[in-house]
Design a binder for this molecule. Structure first.
Ligand SMILES: [Zn+2]
Length: 123
């Protein structure tokens, strides 16, 4: 493996995805997943054995940025679900920031902490 790229986070993800697709292909309606599993595992092996290190590092960086976006979005959705009885969420129309306000406070003026835009909402 000298001079080869080796394993990284993207390869771990691809390997796990390939194994999941392999398991899914055991069920008759999802047989097509078998071909997809081989393709994904092939990509993972190709990346590990590749000598084009700059390109593999670039792919890894893109993967980490995408994973970070998905994780932060998932965390926001989880928090919204946990706070659904006590808080309401609004999106600032000027900057797109998500704002959390207490529920049941009546008609209140909400000021965005990022862009200072104020708007009224009933909570
Ligand atoms: Zn704003």
């Amino acid at each position: 493996m000298q001079g080869r790229y080796g394993p990284d986070e993207l390869n771990l993800f691809l390997s796990r995805l390939g194994m999941l697709l392999c398991i899914l292909s055991l069920f008759p309606p999802l047989r097509i997943c078998g071909a997809a599993a081989w393709a994904v595992l092939g990509i993972a092996i190709f990346r590990m054995c590749s000598k084009n290190l700059p390109r593999r590092r670039q792919e890894r960086e893109q993967y980490l940025v995408l994973r970070g976006r998905v994780r932060s979005r998932t965390a926001l959705l989880r928090r919204r679900w946990q706070d659904r009885r006590t808080c309401r969420y609004y999106v600032c129309k000027q900057c797109g920031t998500t704002l959390r306000v207490p529920k049941g406070a009546g008609k209140i003026e909400i000021t965005c902490p990022k862009c200072r835009r104020a708007f009224q909402k009933k909570t």
